[in-house]
Ligand binder design. Structure first.
Ligand code: DX5
Ligand code: ZN
Length: 219
């Protein structure tokens, strides 16, 4: 049976002066996970926030914290994010030479482990770690900024990844991250994603409930 489609609003597009209210608002609007983008100004050309922000938000919402680490090195910080309240921790395949070790570390802390891959990275980058992975985070824009246009050439890659995860026999979610809108979501889901990360199309909308609902497939 295919996985239920989940919607993960990205806090990067929220009003940073009202993060608690924004997190509560998307939860009440039907969000499944809260996606948290961590940037270091080195692996990606932007800075965002660290574990202290997760820790401050954690008591106020129940949604799973889906943490996307765009940082290198990543291993020295994984435990801090686990302690701060992350439920899922995704690291980039491109962030260092020891992806397998990073995933082992995440799992040893009892968290769901994810691998993120940039638009230029082939699907084979996750082939040798499928046994350690709960989430594949397909970057459908170049990481670093919200509000960019969806990159269409990621669709065939999503199809290949879905074949790989189906063949693995493991339950692995495939997330699309970047440029997810009501217009692009149907194509992304048809290609094989089951989780949609959406920043601008949720937090930029006048009402979060309808914005989230419109990303879900029609039943
Ligand atoms: C980009 C981040 C995304 C970003 C998506 O590096 O990983 O999560 O917030 O933003 P939108 O939905 O606006 O493309
Ligand atoms: Zn992200």
């Amino acid at each position: 049976m295919p996985n239920r489609v989940l919607i993960a609003p990205s806090l990067l597009a929220a009003d940073f002066g009202r993060l608690r209210e924004e997190a509560i608002a998307v939860e009440q609007a039907g969000a499944d996970w809260l996606h948290l983008d961590v940037m270091d100004g080195h692996f990606v050309p932007n800075l965002s926030f660290g574990p202290a922000v997760l820790k401050a938000l954690r008591p106020h919402v129940k949604m799973a914290f889906d943490v996307h680490l765009m940082i290198a090195p990543v291993d020295p910080y994984i435990a801090a994010f686990a302690e701060a309240g992350a439920d899922h921790i995704s690291v980039h395949a491109e962030a260092g030479p020891h992806l397998h070790r990073s995933l082992q570390l995440i799992r040893s802390l009892g968290k769901s482990a994810g691998v993120a891959i940039n638009p230029a990275t082939p699907p084979e980058a996750v082939g040798q770690v499928l046994d350690l992975v709960d989430i594949i985070l397909v970057m459908t824009v170049n990481p670093g900024f919200g509000g960019q246009a969806f990159i269409e050439s990621t669709l065939p890659k999503i199809r290949v990844l879905r074949q790989m995860t189906d063949a693995s026999g493991r339950k692995i979610r495939i997330n699309a991250d970047g440029g997810v809108t009501a217009e692009t979501a149907p194509r992304i889901l048809a290609a094989g994603c089951d989780t949609l990360v959406a920043g601008t199309s949720v937090f930029g909308a006048p009402q979060y409930g309808p914005a989230i609902a419109t990303l879900r497939p029609a039943v």
